[in-house]
Design a protein around this ligand. Sequence first.
Ligand SMILES: C[S@@+](CC[C@H](N)C(=O)[O-])C[C@H]1O[C@@H](n2cnc3c(N)ncnc32)[C@H](O)[C@@H]1O
Length: 212
Amino acid sequence: MNQAEKAAAKAKALEFDHIASEVFAPIYPVIAARLLELGGIYRGRCVEIGSGGGHLALAAAGLFTGEIILLDSNPYALELAEERIAGKDRGRVSTLCADVHDMPIPAGSVDLVISRGAMWFWDKQRSLAEIWRILAPAGVAIIGGGYGSPAMRAEIYRVMSERNGDDFEARQKKNTDDNSPEDYAPVAMAMGIGDVREVHDDTGDWLVLGPK
Ligand SMILES: C[S@@+](CC[C@H](N)C(=O)[O-])C[C@H]1O[C@@H](n2cnc3c(N)ncnc32)[C@H](O)[C@@H]1O
């Protein structure tokens, strides 16, 4: 990254981190519990892809007893995550600066992949191939997005529209267009990924892959 790119990445990480801490905060425990329930996996190795400052993974850490890796391509988001990892979790929660399309993680070594609010930025085929590669034989990946409940979603849309002076729901729809779980599902099936399931519930919209 050159100086201008570094400054932009830092600003982006800080901006999202403020939103996550000030506006989205209540959604993380609800979504973490739901993703772990969908995966049915509470031990082993978990990777959150596109972790940002780690709000979701750290909420999951209260329920998941194994190792947790916060993976993000923005090093400044991971600096914020490092500050947030509490003393008691230091031994088992770590950060990894990497791109979902080329993760330095051994094949078949991850029991649970979770991801919220990040798949909109990825190449479908390349990201799915990498996620499928790192999953252990009985591993499960859950990727998607959501705001935890209809009430939390309505409040977030209200606050974010007020903050930005626009229609947040319309902006989100535009940003996520063609990159939602329902757009990933046929790509995953065409790639021969064994078990592909869509879940649309009050917590959000999720694509569940696996077990293999
Ligand atoms: C909207 S934030 C969501 C953060 C967090 N999951 C949450 O829900 O609070 C999306 C994150 O995905 C990361 N990201 C985007 N593209 C990525 C990629 N190709 N590989 C890894 N991380 C990526 C961004 O850097 C950003 O931190």
